[in-house]
Design a protein around this ligand. Structure first.
Ligand code: ADP
Ligand code: MG
Ligand code: MG
Length: 251
């Protein structure tokens, strides 16, 4: 089992404080939901865990099994098993999807992956996710539809087999059928691997399909409520109004 610990994390962007003391603990095998109104810091938290350079940590710590994650480069974090499925995946012209995936896998191994094994795993994941076969050979995210980009993030996750997968609004832009396919793939990964999952979504539908064991609500840079699945239902019925202005209860 692995533990990702966030303690009293304060994060600023351009000298504006976005996260104001976040304390959370994620373990492999657990499924966490991170909810909250738009613009309150959810993506900032996930990007900071991954090591995006725009986010300055001004106070607090993030550790993975006791090791200082904040001291590691993005590549090192990825090699340690942290994965971020992004809200807005970027296009990389000139790099094909399969080249990108192969490089990402090789960066985490001592010996390069055997081409035959790689192609087999890639073909299997593509067919499981019911993606177009040509997506593997197209330039990464270039001209991909919103739904294709999101599925492609899941494809990367399947091949990289992270110990912690952070999925940022992975359900946005997906129709009902695609959502089910993605949810099935995530659930299968959880069954087959000792993976910790942190999902950001606004929609109960995703949480019905991939049930969170822990739910946290981030409002104005602080965790304002925590609980189990019942919190998803409460927010679905009542919105966030009751939490705005509430004191931080994470410590
Ligand atoms: P959420 O994911 O909860 O919708 P975000 O973490 O994306 O919220 O944004 C929180 C706040 O931080 C917003 O006010 C947003 O404008 C600001 N912010 C986030 N990332 C950046 C960035 N790279 N540059 C400037 N401002 C940012
Ligand atoms: Mg606090
Ligand atoms: Mg966001």
């Amino acid at each position: 089992m692995s533990v990702l610990k966030i303690n009293n994390l304060h994060v600023s962007v351009d000298d504006k404080e976005i996260l104001k003391g976040i304390t959370l603990e994620f373990k492999t095998g657990e499924t966490h939901a991170l909810m909250g109104p738009n613009g309150n810091g959810k993506s900032t938290l996930l990007s900071t865990i991954m090591g995006h350079p725009s986010y300055q940590v001004t106070q607090g710590s993030i550790t993975l099994d006791g090791e200082d994650l904040l001291a590691m480069s993005v590549d090192e974090r990825s090699r340690k098993g942290i994965f971020l499925g992004m809200q807005y995946p970027e296009a990389i012209p000139g790099v094909t999807n399969s080249d990108f995936l192969k490089a990402a896998i090789n960066a985490r191994r001592d010996e390069p992956v055997r081409l035959f094994d790689f192609m087999n795993n890639l073909d299997q994941a593509i067919s499981e996710l019911k993606m177009n076969e040509d997506l593997a050979h197209r330039y990464l995210n270039e001209g991909f539809s919103g739904g294709e980009k999101k599925r492609n993030e899941i494809l990367q996750m399947e091949l990289l087999k992270p110990s912690f997968a952070l999925l940022d609004e992975i359900d946005s832009g997906l129709d009902v059928d695609a959502l089910r396919i993605v949810a099935d793939a995530v659930n299968k990964m959880k069954e087959e691997n000792d993976m910790g999952l942190v999902m950001v979504s606004h929609y109960e539908k995703l949480y019905q399909l991939v049930k969170p064991s822990h739910v946290h609500v981030l409002v104005d840079g602080e965790i304002k409520a925590e609980g189990g699945y019942e919190l998803v239902e409460k927010i679905n019925n009542e919105g966030y109004e009751w939490l705005v202005g509430k004191q931080d209860n994470s410590d």
